[in-house]
Design a protein around this ligand. Structure first.
Ligand code: COA
Length: 211
């Protein structure tokens, strides 16, 4: 999917390197702490939700070989990021599942059971054809609503169009559906996971204008 960077005033959009993963885990754990699916999966305590999400994201980033994550830095600080799982990476193989297991079992059997139910519903809707699976994606908690998520998404969709690749994601908030619709995604299915509405969205690549 390319490694180009794009400048927006003092804001930089670029690929995340492994050295950025700790900062990315922090952004994603803080930014996604209060999402409805995480309240349902991890429970009512916000600190516990943040810890559980950090554990899941850290395991995903370190275990997934097909992840090409992307970040937004403002004044040198990572403020938004996303995983981008390329074909097949969203369905981890046995070796990757085994690598994820120790981190996951520390979440406890109840949380683990809820996560299995939630991710099982989401996996049922996964496209069969080649695609880039967006997420987990977040802007840091106190910085949402300032256009940073749109900058991140614009770079991702630019790359999708450049590669001629189908985009796909799941989300659990109606305001996020509006956010992704503006970038060309459309809802293809809706189903509850742990009783939380989930929307499944895909985006066909746009034909590039001829030079
Ligand atoms: C969803 C998210 C990435 C959007 O990035 P952002 O920088 O806040 O959004 P922008 O300022 O670029 O765009 C604003 C649009 O984002 C959507 N949005 C979703 N959550 C929002 C929030 N907490 N604050 C502001 N806008 C939000 C709305 O559609 C909004 O447009 P509107 O004001 O016309 O309704 C970010 O709000 C976030 O990290 N939310 C929590 C985690 C999450 O839900 N991640 C996505 C999981 S699929």
């Amino acid at each position: 999917m390319g490694t180009s960077t794009a400048r927006h005033a003092e804001v930089l959009v670029a690929d995340l390197a492994p050295a950025d993963y700790d900062a990315a885990v922090g952004v994603l754990a803080r930014g996604m702490r209060d999402n409805p699916i995480h309240v349902a999966a991890y429970g009512p305590d916000p600190d516990r939700r943040e810890r559980c999400q950090a554990r899941l994201v850290r395991a995903l980033f370190h275990a997934s070989r097909g992840n090409e994550p992307l970040g937004v830095w403002r004044d040198g600080v990572l403020v938004a990021c996303t995983g981008v799982l390329l074909d097949g990476a969203c369905r981890p193989g046995l070796a990757e599942q085994l690598r994820l297991l120790p981190a996951m079992t520390r979440l406890g059997p109840r949380t683990l059971g809820r996560m299995a139910a939630w991710l099982g519903v989401w996996a049922e809707h996964e496209p069969k054809e080649a695609h880039a699976h967006l997420g987990p994606l977040a802007v840091d908690r106190d910085l949402q609503g300032q256009g940073l998520g749109s900058i991140l998404l614009a770079e991702h969709t630019r790359r999708l169009d450049q590669a001629g690749l189908l985009g796909y994601l799941e989300t659990d908030k109606p305001e996020n559906v509006r956010f992704y619709t503006r970038a060309g995604y459309r809802v293809v299915a809706e189903a509850p996971a742990l009783g939380v509405p989930s929307w499944f969205m895909r985006r066909e690549p746009r034909a590039r204008a001829r030079a």
